[in-house]
Design a protein around this ligand. Structure first.
Ligand SMILES: Nc1ncnc2c1ncn2[C@@H]1O[C@H](COP(=O)(O)OP(=O)(O)O)[C@@H](O)[C@H]1O
Ligand SMILES: Cc1ncc(C[n+]2csc(CCOP(=O)(O)OP(=O)(O)O)c2C)c(N)n1
Ligand SMILES: [Mg+2]
Ligand SMILES: [Mg+2]
Ligand SMILES: [Mg+2]
Length: 310
């Protein structure tokens, strides 16, 4: 099947109205009236972001969800996406069928459609990119640079499951319930929370809690202190014991939100998050470094702060 047959068979059925049946040279999108557009792009590369044997449906969904998480960090709601695929000849049709099934599933869950994309071939590894387009009320996008000294640091959900899940998928630790593996393969982006006017800064955790907190600190011209024992962890992660603390704090792939919250807004934050757990883990302060301390205030030495591409 050549590129054009493949687009028609697999991708045209996923197209949103703005995608014009994938029949024109580009998409034409009418932004929701009175809203600002929010644009983000992230890649999924075989061997870097996913394992060659991973279920293609889950690869597709994680591709969308990693981008949806960036929209969530901006306080934006999603509209749709552009997709690029670079596939080697060896990829069977069954891979593509599963891949588009995953896309369709998350399109329906998150209410998004496909606007268009680009298809090319790859010599060896699979390369995938999604550009998500969302919208936000004018001036309400959540910045990384708005934190103030004294703002409390909150995270959604639990931290560290995905990094442990990757270890499990690579056979380096046991995951009897499958929960850690699930969190590594299929993150839950926190889209739809109404955080504008409540949080002073936001970022999603992709590289690891400590490194991404460093990005908020740099953006806001501050330092921060967090208490390691306060970082929320799942029952499954807790069962592995303290040996995995550093992995949890720096491993990344969490796609939870890390938020700066003025103390007087904490009740409003909890209200906005409803049943989604949010946990206070520390505070912003004058300075420029991220300190991780134990309950007794002892500083923790981390050998690595988080994921970085070379
Ligand atoms: N190759 C690139 N070209 C242009 N902008 C980039 C590139 N890579 C990253 N950025 C921008 O740099 C910032 C940080 O990127 P990144 O670390 O990928 O953020 P995130 O973890 O939220 O995906 C974002 O504003 C992103 O748009
Ligand atoms: C095979 C494999 N190895 C390693 C990882 C872990 N990993 C890869 S990239 C990454 C950080 C997030 O990816 P990045 O491309 O930096 O996304 P962004 O920060 O731009 O959202 C992590 C934790 C993985 N998910 N899969
Ligand atoms: Mg990125
Ligand atoms: Mg991000
Ligand atoms: Mg990154």
């Amino acid at each position: 099947m050549d590129e054009f047959a493949r687009i028609a068979a697999y991708f045209t059925p996923l197209a949103a109205e703005a995608g014009r049946g994938l029949a024109d040279d580009a998409a034409v999108l009418a932004p929701p009236p009175g809203r600002e557009l929010v644009l983000t792009v992230d890649q999924m590369l075989e061997g870097v972001h996913f394992l060659p044997a991973d279920d293609p449906a889950l690869v597709a969904r994680k591709l969308l969800r990693r981008n949806l998480s960036d929209l969530a960090a901006m306080g934006a709601l999603p509209l749709g996406y552009l997709l690029t695929t670079a596939l080697p000849k060896t990829v069977p049709r069954s891979w593509l069928t599963a891949f588009v099934t995953g896309l369709a599933q998350d399109q329906s869950i998150f209410g998004i459609g496909l606007f268009g994309g680009d298809t090319s071939s790859s010599r060896t590894d699979i390369g995938l990119t999604a550009t998500l387009i969302g919208h936000v009320a004018p001036g309400q996008a959540l910045p990384r640079n708005g934190a103030r000294a004294g703002d409390r640091i909150f995270v959604t959900g639990t931290i560290g499951d995905a990094a442990l899940g990757l270890e499990a998928r690579q056979g380096r630790l046991a995951d009897p319930s499958g929960w850690l593996t699930r969190r590594s393969l299929l993150p839950d982006p926190r889209v739809g929370l109404r955080l504008a006017g409540i949080v002073s800064a936001a970022i999603d955790i992709s590289d690891g809690l400590v490194q991404d907190l460093g990005h908020l600190c740099r953006g806001s011209g501050l330092g921060a202190v967090i208490e390691a024992e306060k970082v929320p962890l799942s029952v499954e992660a807790a069962a592995l014991g303290p040996a995995y603390l550093e992995t949890r704090l720096t491993g990344g792939d969490d796609y939870e939100l890390l938020l700066a919250v003025p103390p007087q807004h904490i009740a409003a934050l909890r209200e906005a998050c409803g049943v989604l757990p949010v946990t206070e883990i520390g505070m912003f302060q004058a300075g420029s470094t991220v300190q991780v301390v134990s309950g007794s205030g002892e500083p923790l030495r981390l050998s690595d702060l988080g994921w970085r591409h070379f």
